[in-house]
Design a binder for this molecule. Structure first.
Ligand SMILES: *Cc1c(COP(=O)(O)O)cnc(C)c1O
Length: 455
């Protein structure tokens, strides 16, 4: 097998994040206060986030310097490699060229430390000593635990109870990095206690409930901030180091992508690889951006674009986004990191503007592509990342049918070493394709009918 790997020198580590808000043809609608439904001001967010992150959230500056302390930690695993997928191309017999950027080389095994390190840094700088957060499948909780430990902060993780029980090793990682983790709903918050007492049917938890618990924890303690691993503008911006590096690596390869692909849960790794290239699309270049989501939680392909709450208890900011309704609890699927009811406002806005498109795939198809990839490229992908792989394979096959050759770039957001139970299920033929519950979405959307609509 031929291996072509494009490695950047450490000196080529990006020194600044790219803020797409500076280049969008129209601004994304503002967040609303969940209590008053008036546009949020920086002071509304101050109990939850350090001021520098709040300013990044609304910044119109094209670039924001990455602090030296953050760069020092990025150097542990960045710049990350970009590969030409010769093995995969041969395995599927395509005439297209496929490249992928690999974010699984970080200590936590995914792209998430690109933002957790930055968030921990700004919290520490502002004098907070503790951060509260939620985690679904555990990737974000472990990435934040890692960052807090390196920055000398305490970290409290509310982990969706089903994952807490089914993914004990992510829990172990969180403990190993010195953080505390409880199953959500927990009896340590009002939100958690109310659900445990009044809604036994919701006791297995959801991301929306865990967010409410973490927000409540942070809002009630002066020493504690809240942190979100995706969705928000500043989180997406921190991830642009992925695309900034990929631009340089594609130059080394003498190539430029016709198609850029990423999986979407909250939208951060997709934005991370896509937004730096989208600068060129906004300036007139033709590039196809494909966001891939699971058929069981098809926020971009089936959700509606409206204002919605970010969490179950309606404590978090209200955002204009594609959503299935904040009461929507997706079926349990193995790509646990893609089970959020909403989508990043900036990714949603990009879809509204026609800058990107989206497709939704079934999990048996995803795992088939994950196996093809593992057997041709060697890396065992996270089930989330396998959505992007399937997107790349589908795109290449379609190009072959049309008799065209494309240059395809996708983001491999993480490895799947903690997801081997899901691989076992797939290999044993026991993985079930769960249908999307239209009726549940209908009920969840009815519940938010009266919320304001973005202009
Ligand atoms: C969390 C996660 C995702 C989904 O989150 P985004 O914010 O959409 O990127 C995708 N891949 C991996 C490996 C993850 O850990």
């Amino acid at each position: 097998m031929e291996t072509t790997k494009y490695l950047l020198n450490e000196t080529a580590l990006p020194k600044r994040w790219y803020n797409i808000q500076a280049d969008l043809p129209s601004p994304a609608p503002p967040y609303l206060n969940p209590g008053t439904m008036e546009p949020l001001g920086p002071e509304d967010l101050a109990p939850l986030f350090p001021m520098e992150l709040i300013m990044q959230e609304v910044s119109q500056d094209r670039y924001i310097d990455i602090p030296q302390e953050v760069l020092e930690i990025y150097r542990l695993w960045r710049p990350t490699p970009l590969y030409r997928a010769h093995g995969l191309e041969a395995a599927i017999g395509t005439r297209s060229r496929i490249f992928y950027k690999y974010e699984g080389v970080s200590p936590a095994g995914s792209h998430k430390p690109n933002t957790s390190v930055a968030q921990a840094f700004y919290n520490k700088k502002e004098g907070r000593t503790r951060i509260a957060t939620e985690t679904g499948a555990g990737q974000w909780g472990s990435a934040l635990a890692f960052a807090c430990e390196l920055m000398g902060l305490e970290c409290m993780v509310y982990m969706v109870r089903v994952s807490y029980e089914q993914k004990p090793f992510r829990r172990s990682m969180i403990h190993t990095w010195g953080a505390e983790v409880v199953a959500s709903p927990s009896d340590t918050t009002n939100t958690g206690r109310a659900i445990l007492e009044n809604h036994p049917e919701m006791n297995s938890g959801s991301l929306g409930i865990a967010i409410s618990e973490a927000v409540e924890d942070a809002a009630n303690r002066d020493d504690t901030a809240y942190s979100l691993g995706s969705v928000l503008n500043h989180v997406l911006m921190h991830q642009t180091v992925i695309g900034e590096e990929a631009i340089e690596q594609m130059k080394m390869a003498g190539a430029y992508p016709d198609v850029v692909i990423g999986c979407v849960g909250g939208g951060s790794n997709f934005a991370g690889i896509a937004f730096p290239f989208m600068r060129d699309k906004i300036a007139g270049k033709e590039i196809d951006f494909l966001a891939v989501e699971p058929a069981a939680c098809p926020t971009l392909t089936h959700g509606i674009y409206t204002y919605d709450y970010g969490d179950t208890a309606k404590l978090a900011p209200v955002a204009a986004m594609h959503t299935l309704g904040h009461d929507f609890v997706p079926e349990s699927i193995h790509a646990g990191g893609l089970r959020y009811h909403g989508m990043a406002p900036l990714v949603s806005h990009a879809l509204q503007l026609g800058l990107i498109r989206a497709e939704a795939y079934l999990q048996n198809d995803i795992f088939a592509s994950a196996i093809t990839f593992a057997r041709s490229e060697g890396i065992i992908p996270a089930p989330e990342s396998a959505h992007a792989i399937h997107g790349a394979i589908t795109t290449a096959k379609k190009a072959d049918e049309e008799g065209v050759e494309k240059t395809i770039l996708f983001n491999l957001s993480g490895h799947g070493h903690f997801d081997m139970a899901a691989y076992d299920n797939y290999l044993a033929g026991k993985l079930v394709d769960v249908a999307f519950d239209e009726a549940q979405m209908g009920r969840a959307l009815k519940a938010i009918e009266s919320l304001p609509k973005p202009a």
